[in-house]
Design a binder for this molecule. Structure first.
Ligand SMILES: C[S@@+](CC[C@H](N)C(=O)[O-])C[C@H]1O[C@@H](n2cnc3c(N)ncnc32)[C@H](O)[C@@H]1O
Length: 220
């Protein structure tokens, strides 16, 4: 492992805003994020596959009275968002290092107010369907952890995973309500909903001329 990565892991290990394996609170915050971690009663918004956490910290800056948790398995990426949050005193922002498949080990039923899925790996091979962050298994987990009528918001450059997700709803594999979507977020009425915060991947693909797709829905 490179020196830079090791230093980042060491920083993460010492930071309050990174929850990860080896720390006493890892797996102990189920249903208790507000009370035990943020020490307030504010809503909890979770970004899945947050990477460097641009969205988590960006939304955290816009909404200081909401708690934000970015989830990713890559510690060196999380370090970037975690550093920004430390440097800018964003006490409403935290990061959880875990596999998204294990989300139920970390959040309680109906604990989350809103879930953002931002630019997930599309995983186009059939054999990888289970690894898609909008697979039926993942969506059923999100349904359990979201508060009643909580929103899922999903942004991607990738037409395959976007249309795959829409098909799950159209063929009723997953029942949703109030579904709205656009294949061109930046030329749509939904622009305000993403607060002008671009993730690393969003910027990369947008600059290459890709349309950014966006959908939001609630579980039925
Ligand atoms: C394409 S990147 C997008 C990062 C960020 N959301 C952005 O828009 O810049 C996908 C991210 O999801 C994370 N990821 C993919 N599958 C995951 C899983 N099963 N559990 C946790 N993180 C995962 C990867 O580590 C990576 O950081």
């Amino acid at each position: 492992m490179g020196r830079k990565k090791l230093e980042r892991f060491q920083d993460n290990a010492e930071r309050y805003n990174v929850v990860e394996d080896g720390k006493p609170n890892f797996g102990k915050l189920i249903g208790k994020w507000r009370e035990r971690h943020f020490k307030n009663g504010n809503d909890l918004v979770v970004e899945l596959g947050c990477g460097r956490g641009e969205y988590t910290v960006g939304l955290g800056e816009h909404m200081p009275d909401t708690n934000f948790v970015g989830v990713d398995i890559k510690g060196s990426r999380i370090w970037v968002g975690s550093s920004y949050a430390v440097e800018n005193n964003l006490s409403n922002v935290a990061f959880l290092r875990t596999q998204i498949e294990l989300l139920e080990n970390h959040f309680g039923e109906e604990e989350i107010s809103e879930i953002w899925v931002t630019f997930p790996d599309p995983r186009p091979k059939d054999k990888d369907e289970k690894k898609r962050l909008t697979s039926p298994r993942c969506l059923n987990t999100y349904k359990k952890l979201l508060s009643k009528d909580g929103w899922v918001k999903f942004k991607t450059d990738n037409t395959f995973i976007f249309d795959y997700t829409l098909e799950l709803f159209q063929n009723k594999q997953i029942e949703v309500k109030n579904l709205e979507y656009t294949h061109d977020l930046y030329n749509s009425e939904y622009m305000d909903e993403h607060f002008g915060v671009k993730t690393k991947y969003e910027k990369l693909f947008y600059d290459q001329g890709e349309n950014i797709k966006y959908m939001k829905f609630q579980f039925a």
